[in-house]
Design a protein around this ligand. Structure first.
Ligand code: GLC
Length: 559
């Protein structure tokens, strides 16, 4: 636990970062999954003190900001995305003083801190929900959630046909205080995650207060969990179809991407703008199209939204070009930066996605060709970091970590895994703790083992094994992030100039900068555009021609 004692000075200033206007328009934001980053107290579980101790590593990596997945008080039914107290740190991660120390230290190093906000649902252990259950039908607290009588003769059927994202019905029937089977409540995720009723004014009041609590703590922004889910269609209408998971992200649903959510974000924006410094909101909004995603980042709403269409695109030049163009076109009219992401805590790591044949989606259970996957992952990262806008990196991708596809059933913790049909049942594979050292207890993650087992050979991928090693994935990320800071052509912007390129190859120019990504599976000869700044694999040049090998991205500076 930290020895830090609270300093009366408000923790709002970034000590070493000169005011960089619009920093978020080109920021590289690193996602820390606190359970799996670094364990400061040796209990096998990552914590805030662990994160704090590794902040210098993140500064040296060259990222601008750190987004922390939830560390709030939680029974951990969904790894902290089930919050029981939005204003407290779970003891397994530390306490509020640790959070304060972490924010201060980050600011001192020039790093910004973004925290996760989970407004769609609470934990079933949140005080409102516990009281709603205990007080029985008619309790005013039930109105803050979606409680309904069941259908059927004795109320034995769920109130509508909605399915949980994690599989099974989105409704659970409660046992009333008198012991009889009673009403049902809505949970789009696990039963331990009841959905709030955002039509109730107390819910909005509570979240505005929670925003202020963390803004006063000095955070630089919020990642909004399930930002597309808060408002449900009037009357909670049936969908009239089963297998609803297939529709997620492909269609507007009565529980997702309803237009009513935008009024909430416009209100939140006015709160954020009251605070000094440029603080930001980023939406986790799964919508059918990038055009609908753009609605979340209109000038008076949120700043950024994750680009899941990009994350879901295979390693294919034509498909990548299409999604890049469409994204830039969708963001231009609203004036928001495009964002790019390849991995996060909910999907198979991109080194493993690209090791497998295309078309398998973002949850993959086979290791595939690891060498090929890593080669493509490195190329995909260089492409992503060359695009205009802001990019997200998920912890461990800078080490080229693959997904751990062979975790034994008995160690798995993902609630979706246990609900069978869930879309995301294999998320533990990207959550295995990070290797910091070649050997030793949990490869430097901590002194007390690791909550998910790390595979053999994990130490070969460690920070220690890659640091200072020319050509390592870690050094590739460091060089890319350093170049991004130095090259005026990189970072913010809303367009690229496409260059002619052979089939399977993407080539574009941004001012004095050219990026070429060869997805074709074969080496190609191209004009040498200028001086090679960086490449994900070796490029040879002769007589004004460059040979770009298969699955390689090259950056050039051009006069
Ligand atoms: C988001 C989170 C995911 C979580 C879900 C429910 O999609 O990223 O990890 O399970 O919301 O909160």
């Amino acid at each position: 636990m930290s020895q830090h004692s609270a300093d009366p000075a408000p923790n709002t200033a970034l000590a070493t970062v000169a005011a960089h206007r619009d920093w978020w328009r080109e920021a590289v934001i690193y996602q820390v999954y606190p359970r799996s980053f670094a364990d400061g107290n040796g209990d096998g579980m990552g914590d805030l003190e662990g994160v704090r101790s590794r902040l210098p590593y993140l500064r040296d990596l060259g990222v601008d900001a750190v987004w922390l997945s939830p560390f709030y008080a939680s029974p951990q039914a969904d790894a902290g995305y089930d919050v029981a107290d939005y204003r407290a740190v779970d003891p397994m991660f530390g306490n509020l003083l640790d959070a304060d120390a972490l924010i201060r230290d980050a600011h001192g190093l020039g790093l910004r801190i973004i925290v996760d906000l989970v407004p769609n649902h609470s934990s079933d252990q949140y005080e409102w929900f516990r009281r709603a259950l205990a007080e029985g039908p008619g309790s005013p607290l039930r109105e803050r959630y979606h409680f309904r009588p069941g259908k059927g003769e004795n109320g034995e059927l769920p109130p509508n046909d909605w399915e949980s994202v994690f599989g099974g019905p989105a409704w659970t029937r409660v046992t009333e205080p008198d012991g009889t089977p009673g009403e049902w409540y809505l949970h789009l995720f696990a039963p331990e995650q009841p959905d709030f009723n955002w039509d109730h004014p107390a819910v909005g009041d509570e979240f505005r207060s929670i925003l202020r609590f963390w803004l006063d703590m000095g955070v630089d922004g919020f990642r909004i969990d399930v930002a597309h889910g808060l408002v449900k269609a009037e009357g909670l209408p049936d969908l009239g179809t089963h297998d609803q998971l297939k529709l997620l992200g492909n269609d507007v649903m009565p529980f997702f991407d309803q237009d009513g959510v935008h009024a909430i974000y416009r209100q939140w924006r006015t709160i954020l703008d009251e605070y000094a410094g440029e603080r930001i909101f980023v939406a986790e909004a799964w919508t059918p199209t990038v055009e609908r995603t753009a609605n979340y980042v209109r000038p008076d709403e949120l700043h950024q939204a994750f680009n899941f269409q990009y994350l879901s695109t295979d390693w294919d030049a034509a498909e990548l070009r299409a999604v890049i163009e469409r994204t830039l076109e969708a963001m231009r009219p609203v004036g928001a930066p495009a964002t790019w992401v390849l991995s996060n805590h909910d999907v198979t790591r991109h080194a493993t996605r690209f090791a497998n044949p295309p078309g398998l989606g973002t949850q993959i259970r086979t290791a595939g060709d690891r060498e090929l996957g890593l080669r493509r992952a490195r190329a995909a990262t260089l492409l992503m970091l060359a695009l205009p806008g802001s990019a997200y990196i998920y912890q461990g991708e800078e080490l080229g970590l693959p997904d751990v596809v062979d975790l034994p059933d008995e160690v798995r913790q993902d609630p979706a895994y246990f609900r069978g049909a869930g879309q995301d049942g294999f998320r533990d594979g990207c959550r295995v703790p990070i290797p910091w050292t070649r050997s030793g207890s949990s490869y430097g993650f901590g002194t007390g083992g690791s909550w998910l087992p790390q595979p053999a050979g994990w130490g070969d991928l460690s920070v220690e094994a890659q640091q200072g090693v020319a050509g390592s994935t870690l050094e590739l990320y460091r060089s890319a992030l350093a170049a991004r800071r130095e090259q005026p052509g990189l970072g913010a912007g809303d367009s690229v100039e496409w260059l002619r390129a052979p089939e399977g190859v993407l080539a574009f120019r941004r001012g004095g900068f050219v990026c070429v990504a060869n997805t074709s599976g074969e080496s190609v000869a191209l004009p040498a555009y200028g001086r090679v700044l960086l490449a994900s694999a070796e490029v040879t040049e002769a007589d004004g021609e460059a040979k770009v090998p298969a699955d390689t991205t090259v950056w050039w500076t051009v006069d």
